[in-house]
Design a protein around this ligand. Structure first.
Ligand code: NAD
Length: 293
C-alpha cells in the first residue's frame, strides 16, 4: 500500500512539493494554518485537515516545509513529536539554523523516530516541477528511508553527513551564491562604465576564468545570457528577503564556529541595505540595480 505522508506547510514551496508526492502515488494528508494554501493542496489531490493532529494520525512519514527555525521547533515540540505514530520517518525540508536542526533531530530520535534535515536548492519553479536538489543530514539508515520520498520531489538527493549537515551545506552554498551574485553584478556594472558591450563581456567572461553560476545560469543583466528573472523586471525567482534570511543564518553559523567569512559578511551587509531600501520582494539578482548607473 502507498505510504501515507503528512505534509505540514503548503506555501510557495510546500504546495508544489506535496503535489509531486500525490502525482507519484503517495497519499498526502495536508495541514497549513492558511486556508488558501489548504485549498490549493486540495485541488492538487491532497486530503486536507483543519487540525495538525488529524493530519498526523496514522501516517508513515511527516514532511515539514515551514518559514523558520522557531516555527519548526514549536511544530515538532507541540505536535509532530506528540501525535505522529512512533517509528515514523520525519523529514524537515525548511531552511533553518544548524543548532535547531540538530536539537529537533536529537529529540525525535530520543523518542524513537528516524529523522533527517533536508533543505532544498531550487526555487518555487523547481518545487512545482519536482526538480529540487535535497541536501540531507542524518544517520545512514534515516537517509536510506528518506531517499525515495525525497526523490519523488527532486532530481538530486545527496547525503551531506550527520544531523544538521544538510543545513550546513545549504548555508555555505547560499553564502557563496550571495557573494558571487554581487561580484558578478559589479563586474558587469564596471564593464559597462569601461564602454564594453555587455553581451560581448558575457561571451568572453562566460568562457574565461570569471565564469560562474550567477553569470551563466542566472545572469543579473536583462537580455544577456539565458532567460532569468532579470528579463521579467526581477519578478519571480528567489527573493532578496530569502537571500538575506539565508545569509543571516550563515553569519550566525560563522560566528558560532569562529569562521572568517569576509565576503559573506559583506554580502550580508549589502543585502541588508537592499532589503531595507524596500526591495525585499524583488529577485536577489536585482541587487545589480544598486551598482549600475
Ligand atoms: P511560504 O511562506 O510561502 O510557506 C510557508 C507555509 O507555512 C505558509 O503557507 C504558512 O501558512 C505555513 N505555516 C507557518 N506556520 C505554520 C504552522 N505553525 N503550522 C502549519 N503551517 C504553518 O514559504 P516558502 O517560500 O514555501 O518557504 C518555505 C521554506 O523553504 C523556508 O524555510 C524557505 O527559506 C525555504 N526555501 C524557500 C525557497 C523559495 O524560493 N521560496 C527556496 C529554497 C528554500
Amino acid at each position: 500500500m502507498a505510504k501515507r505522508i503528512a505534509f505540514i506547510g503548503l506555501g510557495n514551496m510546500g504546495g508544489g512539493m506535496a503535489a509531486n508526492l500525490v502525482a507519484k502515488g503517495f497519499k498526502v494528508e495536508a495541514f497549513d494554518l492558511d486556508p488558501a494554501a489548504l485549498g490549493r493542496a486540495r485541488l492538487a489531490g491532497c486530503r486536507t485537515h483543519t487540525s495538525i493532529n488529524a493530519a498526523l494520525d496514522g501516517v508513515d512519514v511527516v514532511v515539514t516545509m515551514l518559514p523558520d527555525g522557531k516555527i519548526v521547533r514549536n511544530v515538532f515540540d507541540q505536535d509532530v513529536l506528540k501525535w505522529t505514530p512512533t517509528g515514523a520517518l520525519l523529514i524537515d525540508c525548511s531552511t533553518i539554523d544548524v543548532d535547531t536542526a540538530r536539537d529537533v533531530i536529537a529529540l525525535a530520535t530520543g523518542k524513537g523516530f528516524a529523522m533527517v534535515d533536508a533543505p532544498v536548492s531550487g526555487g518555487i519553479a523547481a518545487a512545482a516541477a519536482g526538480t529540487l536538489t535535497f541536501m540531507v543530514g542524518g544517520s545512514a539508515a534515516a537517509f536510506a528511508q528518506a531517499k525515495p520520498v525525497l526523490a519523488a520531489m527532486g532530481s538530486a538527493v545527496i547525503h551531506a553527513g550527520a544531523a544538521g549537515a544538510g543545513q550546513a551545506a545549504k548555508m555555505c552554498n547560499n553564502m557563496l551564491l550571495g557573494a558571487t551574485m554581487i561580484a558578478t553584478s559589479e563586474a558587469f556594472a564596471m564593464a559597462e562604465r569601461l564602454g564594453l558591450d555587455l553581451q560581448t563581456f558575457y561571451d568572453i567572461s562566460s568562457k574565461a576564468s570569471g565564469q560562474n553560476w550567477s553569470m551563466t545560469s542566472y545572469c543579473p543583466v536583462p537580455g544577456v545570457g539565458p532567460k532569468t528573472p532579470a528579463d521579467n523586471d526581477y519578478q519571480g525567482g528567489f527573493t532578496a528577503a530569502l537571500m538575506l534570511k539565508d545569509l543571516r543564518l550563515a553569519m550566525a553559523a560563522a560566528n558560532a564556529t569562529h569562521a572568517d567569512v569576509p565576503m559573506g559578511r559583506r554580502a550580508t551587509e549589502l543585502y541588508e541595505k537592499f532589503v531595507a531600501a524596500g526591495h525585499a520582494g524583488l529577485d536577489f539578482s536585482a541587487i545589480i540595480k544598486t551598482l549600475r548607473k
